[in-house]
Design a protein around this ligand. Structure first.
Ligand code: RAM
Length: 517
């Protein structure tokens, strides 16, 4: 299902003082020049692995010929190419196609075949005419890439194109100097740990982006997971604080925190509200305060957080269940077959636990007591309406999905002993409504840990994130199904717009540091 919300005549409400604070927290970007490590392929050479980039000035490309550069790792940055020509005078423009790719497989995809619902303009390819050679081509866009394919669409019979030099000026607001020298004893976990950090690093820009290829913006669901992983790695607390202020500073006119936010040309909340995502604002604020103890942020953001809770509680009906209209505004995962009503209620109960801590932290005993009471009431409602004794699990409108069990366990709806049993049983039917994103897999692992099933949690991290590593991931992907590597939430041909360095998949580093050492 396409996640496109359009509110007619939408004007977000901006709060200048909060946005000013966010501006003060603008991070420093760290830059580095990186050169291609090898020529991955070249149509004019009998190409075997390992042609060095030093060969570049000796390769000339005529009409229909191409070469592919491999920068050796995933980077975010700007590309500069020094181009010249070989042969007679350049009597016609050089017409080039540049294709950028985060993974090797992306290069094989054909953008013409993409018929999905998210904009095809995200496909990172450029068609460029160069009238005069030699030329230094500095591309105006920022790319997320490991590979760059340069295809010559046309020259003339009189000359060929030479790519003399290529470089990428990388950028990230993650400071590797902040990392400690931790390493895992287990080799696979160590690789997963390193790739998690590489993923987070490249998503850390002026905000915590969901993916540097796409959508390049803040989403609350992704942000919460980045903030957790950042706390055990790059520790850029100011970037977390900045993003909290951005979400608080531009909201729906009725006070709701938007699911995502634009920062260009100026800060503006998107007209997309997601029930679960708005609650992650509350959770992330509490977790930030726990990590960094920030009296100013508590003072200035507390009311916004409580407003999200009040808005969410207004969306609960007389039975203690989230209303169907609101369930329709709940993300959970890309699997549209999943009945999300049980999950929506559980996420609310889960968020209430954080809201109670937040109220306690603020010294707001009345609110803390009131919210603890609501949480208890909703837990009872969840047991009454969703627990099925015969099935031995939670059913959401009769449906037995892994997502519902995960969120009910995280919300502490079942008692600890029952949760441990439930998460044991739930693994048997996990594939009935398969989890489709590392985001949902993260919460699955967290539910296993919460239920005391540490071995299962480790096994799942190794099997799921490990299978991405085995498929060649330099950074973890937005969507991943080991049995169907080309799967995409975006419809026909969608793998070309998938993001292969995606914030919500960076959490194994957090889990390893916080729960497995
Ligand atoms: C997408 C992005 C983002 C996610 C939302 C729900 O467009 O991938 O990461 O949070 O959807």
């Amino acid at each position: 299902m396409a996640l496109i919300r359009i509110v007619e005549d939408f004007h977000p409400e901006n709060h200048a003082a909060l946005l000013d604070r966010a501006k003060e927290l603008m991070p420093v970007l760290h830059h580095r020049i990186v050169l291609p490590k090898r020529i991955d392929s070249c149509s004019v050479l009998s190409c075997q692995d390992g042609i060095l980039p030093e060969e570049l000035p000796h390769i000339s490309l005529g009409k229909g010929e191409e070469l592919c550069l491999d920068f050796g790792a995933h980077y975010v940055g700007r590309i500069m190419l020094d181009l010249s020509h070989a042969g007679s005078h350049q009597d016609a423009p050089a017409f080039l196609k540049l294709t950028f790719a985060e993974t090797r497989a992306e290069l094989e995809a054909d953008s013409e075949q993409y018929k999905g619902w998210i904009s095809g303009s995200w496909v990172p390819e450029e068609y460029i005419h160069v009238d005069v050679l030699p030329a230094r081509l500095v591309l105006p866009r920022r790319y997320a890439l490991r590979y760059l394919k340069i295809s010559v669409i046309d020259t003339s019979p009189k000359y060929k194109v030479v790519v003399r030099h290529a470089e990428c000026m990388t950028q990230t607001s993650a400071d590797p100097g902040r990392l400690d020298d931790f390493s895992c004893r287990d080799a696979m976990l160590e690789r997963i740990y390193q790739v998690s950090l590489a993923t987070l690093k490249d998503c850390m820009q002026e905000v915590f982006e969901d993916g540097p290829k796409r959508d390049r913006r803040l989403w609350t669901g992704d942000f919460r997971l980045q903030a957790l992983t950042n706390a055990v790695s790059f520790r850029n607390g100011d970037l977390v604080k900045r993003c909290l202020y951005l979400f608080a500073g531009s909201r729906f006119p009725d006070g709701r925190v938007s699911a995502c936010l634009f920062t260009e040309p100026e800060v503006a909340a998107d007209d997309t509200y997601l029930f679960d995502y708005a609650l992650f604002f509350v959770i992330t604020l509490e977790e930030y305060l726990e990590e960094y103890e920030d009296a100013q942020a508590l003072e200035e953001l507390y009311d916004v957080a409580m407003e999200q809770i009040d808005i969410a509680l207004d969306r609960v009906d007389d039975d203690g269940c989230v209303t169907p209209e609101t369930v329709a505004d709940t993300f959970i995962d890309w699997n549209d077959e999943v009945d999300k009503s049980g999950c929506a209620l559980a996420v609310l109960i889960y968020a209430l636990a954080y809201a109670v801590k937040l109220a306690d932290r603020k010294g707001d005993a009345r609110k803390a007591g009131e919210l603890a009471g609501k949480a208890e009431y909703l837990k009872q409602a969840a047991l009454k309406h969703y627990w099925d004794e015969k099935a031995g699990c939670f059913l959401s409108n009769g449906q037995k999905s892994i997502a519902t069990q995960v969120w009910m366990v995280l919300a502490d709806v079942p008692e600890p002993e029952a949760a441990a049993e439930l998460m044991g049983r739930a693994q048997e039917f996990a594939d009935d409504y398969p989890m489709q994103t590392p985001y949902m897999h993260h919460y699955y692992v967290m539910a296993l840990l919460h239920a005391g099933r540490k071995e299962d949690a480790v096994a799942h991290i190794k099997a799921y994130w490990g299978s991405m590593i085995e498929a060649g991931a330099d950074t973890f992907y937005e969507a991943w199904n080991p049995d169907d590597p080309g799967a995409s939430p975006y419809g026909e041909g969608g793998s070309i717009v998938n993001s292969y360095c995606h914030a919500w998949s960076c959490t194994p580093a957090y889990i390893i540091r916080r729960f497995l050492t």
